[in-house]
Design a protein around this ligand. Structure first.
Ligand SMILES: Cc1cc2nc3c(=O)[nH]c(=O)nc-3n(C[C@H](O)[C@H](O)[C@H](O)COP(=O)(O)O)c2cc1C
Length: 155
């Protein structure tokens, strides 16, 4: 089981969304992003988790250094968001996310997790902590897997 993996990294960024204010149109836009991102990430063996918190997008992207670089180049030039800022970029020993692309939107059902992470004031100041974004993403993923009854597969 000691396969030597080379240069696995994660990149965490945040941005301001340029999506429609109309809920139905916004849902459609998010659906389009999901379709594109899933396909590209599967091909590039990228795993990722996207959090949508009001006007902000927060994403963790994991994979081989070059794949993460290329994926981020595309994301950063996407006009569906702006002010894309890297919070953290570093080597990691293992991946923490299990799907190519999962997105979770802040809502009443998960409000407690968002409130506990306390990211909103940091986002408004423009100084969110990488650890806080990553921690919230891990928590939201765990909850989503528990709901699907597949959490025991990933302990
Ligand atoms: C908030 C946000 C997150 C995105 N996440 C990804 C992603 O994880 N992977 C990806 O390939 N594209 C992602 N995209 C879409 C890319 O920006 C881009 O549109 C897509 O990769 C298609 O690129 P292309 O038009 O050069 O083929 C994201 C876009 C937005 C707005």
């Amino acid at each position: 089981m000691k396969s030597k993996r080379t240069s696995l990294v994660h990149l965490i960024y945040f941005s301001r969304l340029n999506l429609s204010a109309d809920p139905a149109a916004r849902a459609k836009q998010i659906g389009e992003i999901t379709r594109q991102a899933q396909k590209k990430n599967e091909f590039a063996v990228i795993t990722s988790f996207l959090i949508l918190d009001g006007p902000f997008a927060l994403q963790v992207i994991e994979g081989e250094r070059q794949s993460v670089h290329e994926t981020f180049q595309r994301i950063a030039s996407d006009s569906r968001h702006r002010e894309v800022q890297i919070v953290e970029w570093r080597e990691i020993l293992k991946r923490d996310f299990v799907t190519s692309f999962t997105t979770v939107t802040r809502a009443a059902a998960n409000e407690a997790h968002f409130a506990k992470a306390g990211l909103l004031p940091m986002l408004q100041r423009g100084t969110p902590k990488g650890g806080a974004i990553h921690g919230l993403a891990v928590t939201l993923q765990a909850e989503s897997m528990a709901k699907q009854g597949i959490d025991h597969l990933f302990v």
